[in-house]
Design a protein around this ligand. Structure first.
Ligand code: NAP
Ligand code: G4F
Length: 323
C-alpha cells in the first residue's frame, strides 16, 4: 500500500517541492491549507488532482487532530509557519502562536491521535543567530536574534522533548537558507532576482536594500526537501543540520544577479534604512557532515548556479507579465 504523508504549509515554497518529491516516490499526499478569501495555490497548481487538500490551521488544535484521524498519515511534515523574519518584530505574538506553539499543538495531536506517525519539524539556522561557533553544527548552542528565531528554538526543543518524553519518532531538521524560483518575493534572494528582471525590462530603475554585509549559507530548496524525507526514513529519530557549507554576502548575491543580465549593480542599488533589522544575524555557515554521513545527503546546486537559475526564471516571468 502507498505510504501516506500529511504536509502542513503545502502552499509554501518547501511544501510544493516536498509534495512533488513524495508523489514521485509513490506517496499519497495530503496537504493542510488555511482558508482565505481568495485561494492562492500557485505553487501547487501543477499538482492539482494529485494531492488532496484539507482545511486546517496550526492555531486550531482540533483541526489538527481531526486531520490526523481523517488522513491516517505515516509521515507528517510540519512546514507551516510565519516564516519571514522582519514580520516577526511586527507580529511577535502571532509568530509565537504559529511558529512555536503550533508545533506543540501538532505534537499533542499526534501523541493522542496517531502516535506511530513519523514527524518532521522545520527548524532553522536562524536559531543560531549571533553565532557562538563557526561553522554551526547540531551541537552549536542557540542565540536567536529575532522573535522568529526564538519561536523556532522553542519548536526545536519541544520536538526533542516529545521524542524523549513520549518516544515519538520526531525529528528536527535545522535547515539553512534555501531558495528557488518559487521563493516568496519578500525574501532577499527573490527580491533581488525579481527586481533585477524588472530593471532589465525597463520597468523600474532603483532597488532599495538593507544590510549588504550579512552572510548566509544559501542552498536550493529542491535539494533540501530531499533531506527532510531522508530524515524520516532512518531507523532512529535524530536532528540534522542541512547546509551547503559555504557562505556568501548579500552583496555577492546582488553582484551575481545584476551581472547575469549584463548590468552594474552599483547604478541601481541603494541602502534604505527601512530594510535594516533591529537585530541582525551577521554570519551563517553550516557544517552538514552528519547529514552527509548518516543520510547520504549532499547539495547539488551551488550559490552562483542558484542565483542565475532564479534570475533566468524571473526574466521569463517578467517578460510574460507575471510575478
Ligand atoms: P513559506 O514559503 O513562507 O511557506 C509557509 C507556509 O506556512 C505556507 O504554506 C503558509 O500558508 C503556511 N502557514 C502559515 N501560517 C499557517 C497557519 N497558521 N496554519 C496553517 N498554515 C500556515 O516558507 P518555506 O520557505 O516554504 O519554509 C517552510 C518551513 O521551513 C517554514 O516553517 C520555515 O520557517 C522553515 N524554514 C525555511 C527556511 C528557508 O530558507 N526557506 C530555512 C529554515 C527553515 P499560506 O499559503 O496560507 O500563507
Ligand atoms: O532572505 P532573508 O529575509 O532571510 P533570513 O532572514 O535569513 O531568513 C530566512 O532563512 C531562515 C534560515 O536561516 C529561515 F528560517 C527563514 O524562514 C527565512 O527563510 O534575509 C537574508 C539576509 C538578512 O541578513 C537580511 O538583513 O538578507 C539581508 N537583507 C538585506 N537587504 C535583506 C534585504 N533581506 C530582505 N528580506 N530584504 C532586503 O531588502
Amino acid at each position: 500500500m502507498a505510504k501516506r504523508a500529511l504536509i502542513t504549509g503545502i502552499t509554501g515554497q518547501d511544501g510544493s517541492y516536498l509534495a512533488e518529491l513524495l508523489l514521485k516516490k509513490g506517496y499519497e499526499v495530503h496537504g493542510m491549507v488555511r482558508r482565505s478569501s481568495e485561494e492562492k495555490f500557485e505553487r501547487i497548481a501543477h499538482l492539482q488532482g494529485k494531492v488532496t487538500l484539507h482545511q486546517g490551521d496550526l492555531l486550531d488544535q482540533f483541526s489538527l487532530a481531526a486531520l490526523l484521524s481523517l488522513t491516517q498519515p505515516d509521515e507528517v511534515y510540519n512546514l507551516a509557519a510565519q516564516s519571514f523574519v522582519p514580520t516577526s518584530w511586527n507580529q511577535p505574538v502571532l509568530t509565537g502562536e504559529f511558529t512555536a506553539l503550533g508545533v506543540t499543538k501538532m505534537l499533542e495531536a499526534i501523541r493522542h491521535t496517531r502516535p506511530q506517525v513519523r514527524f518532521y519539524q522545520a527548524s532553522s539556522s536562524e536559531m543560531f543567530g549571533k553565532v557562538l561557533e563557526v561553522p554551526q553544527t547540531e551541537d552549536t548552542p542557540f542565540y536567536p536574534r529575532s522573535p522568529y528565531g526564538v519561536a523556532k528554538a522553542y519548536g526545536h526543543h519541544i520536538t526533542v522533548n516529545y521524542r524523549e518524553s513520549f518516544k515519538l519518532f520526531a525529528v528536527s531538521g535545522i535547515l539553512f537558507n534555501h531558495e528557488s524560483p518559487r521563493r516568496g518575493l519578500e525574501f532577499v534572494t527573490r527580491k533581488v532576482t525579481y527586481n533585477v528582471a524588472r530593471i532589465k525590462h525597463g520597468l523600474q530603475d532603483k532597488l532599495p536594500m538593507g544590510n549588504l554585509d550579512a552572510k548566509r549559507d544559501w542552498g536550493f530548496a529542491g535539494d533540501y526537501v530531499d533531506a527532510m524525507w531522508r530524515m524520516l526514513q532512518q531507523d532512529e529519530p535524530d536532528d540534522y543540520v542541512v547546509s551547503t557549507n559555504e557562505t556568501h554576502t548579500v552583496k555577492e548575491l546582488v553582484e551575481i544577479a545584476f551581472a547575469r543580465v549584463g548590468l552594474d549593480w552599483q547604478k541601481y542599488v541603494f541602502t534604505d534604512p527601512a530594510f535594516v533589522r533591529p537585530a541582525e544575524v551577521d554570519l551563517l555557515i553550516g557544517d552538514a557532515a552528519k547529514a552527509k554521513k548518516k543520510l547520504g545527503w549532499e547539495p547539488t546546486v551551488r550559490f552562483k548556479e542558484l542565483v542565475e537559475m532564479m534570475v533566468d526564471a524571473d526574466m521569463e516571468r517578467v517578460k510574460a507579465g507575471q510575478r
